[in-house]
Design a binder for this molecule. Structure first.
Ligand SMILES: Cc1cc2nc3c(=O)[nH]c(=O)nc-3n(C[C@H](O)[C@H](O)[C@H](O)COP(=O)(O)O)c2cc1C
Length: 275
């Protein structure tokens, strides 16, 4: 099939998914000899207009996995904003070294429902945003090699396609299973849905970066200590604050992080799907 343009589309609160999705798109673009664009829908102002992709386009579509699925507050945005008339797509998820569970199969299904034809897919292990101890430095050199070779194989597959392909087969439950229940150190469900970031007043100089990077637009720029809307625990404010003024102290959240640090520091490998 003749592809004229590749676009990396992603939600990426702390940058892992952006890096992986853009790398795959870039490598495919180079292999096919076509231009590559990026479309970042992380922030609310970038989620206003619907996008439409035509038959000669390929979209590399990335989201992180939250609780084993596509982030639940982003799912309606994926459904509402991205439409295709037979464009090809490659669903890509990043996950923090625990598991991508049903995230990739869910994303594949949503893209197919929106009129895309999925031709390949990837679940890429990355550093966990909740802890510097879980998969630090991932993706690493070995991961990038594997990612690169996946991108080249995907491009070659696309070049050889003569008819509309069946949806790519990926790991996960069909129909999509429930969200993963975060557990605490005691092995019991850790309920931290209502947790919000706190602010160390002595460190915060009110610069407002946290408000600008919040995907939910939930932090008051005039008073960054005030979280007026929903918090999805993405950690963008914590990671981007230049003065380390943001933190979480919710005991259930901290217990979940401790459980992950205890049980999920072994190496999870990326998984690639091509047929
Ligand atoms: C709310 C939340 C839930 C998460 N759930 C999972 C999970 O179920 N499994 C996993 O391996 N990683 C999980 N992670 C880790 C992220 O998937 C991982 O760090 C990802 O690469 C972050 O992407 P980003 O940098 O593009 O925001 C979760 C992260 C957040 C913020």
């Amino acid at each position: 099939m003749k592809i004229q343009k590749v676009t990396a589309v992603y939600y990426s609160a702390t940058g892992n998914t952006k890096q992986v999705t853009e790398s795959i798109a870039r490598r495919i673009g180079e292999t096919l000899g076509v231009p590559v664009a990026a479309d970042d829908f992380t922030l609310p102002q970038n989620r206003k207009e619907e996008r439409h992709y035509g038959k000669e386009e390929l979209v590399v579509f990335g989201t992180p996995v939250y609780a084993g699925r596509v982030p639940n507050k982003m799912l309606p945005e994926v459904q509402r904003l991205f439409h295709a008339d037979g464009a090809l797509a490659i669903p890509v998820v990043t996950f923090g070294n625990r598991n991508f569970d049903n995230g990739l199969i869910e994303l594949r299904g949503e893209l197919e429902k929106n009129g895309f034809h999925t031709v390949a897919g990837a679940g890429v292990a990355a550093s966990h945003v909740f802890s510097d101890q879980i998969a630090p430095g991932r993706p690493d050199e070995a991961d990038w090699k594997a990612i690169e070779s996946f991108a080249v194989s995907a491009a070659e597959r696309i070049n050889k396609l003569e008819e509309i392909p069946a949806p790519v087969t990926v790991r996960g439950d069909d129909p999509v299973g429930p969200y993963y229940t975060p557990l605490g150190l005691d092995g019991k469900p850790a309920v931290f849905l209502k947790a919000k970031p706190l602010t160390r007043a002595e460190l915060c100089d009110g610069c407002g970066i946290c408000a600008r990077v919040c995907p939910m637009g939930s932090i008051d720029a005039a008073n960054p200590a005030s979280v007026t809307g929903i918090c999805i625990k993405c950690q963008a404010c914590v990671k981007e604050c230049p003065r380390q003024a943001k933190y979480f102290d919710d005991p259930a959240f901290l217990s979940h992080v401790a459980m992950l640090e205890k049980n999920y520091t072994r190496r999870a490998e990326p998984e690639f799907f091509l047929s």
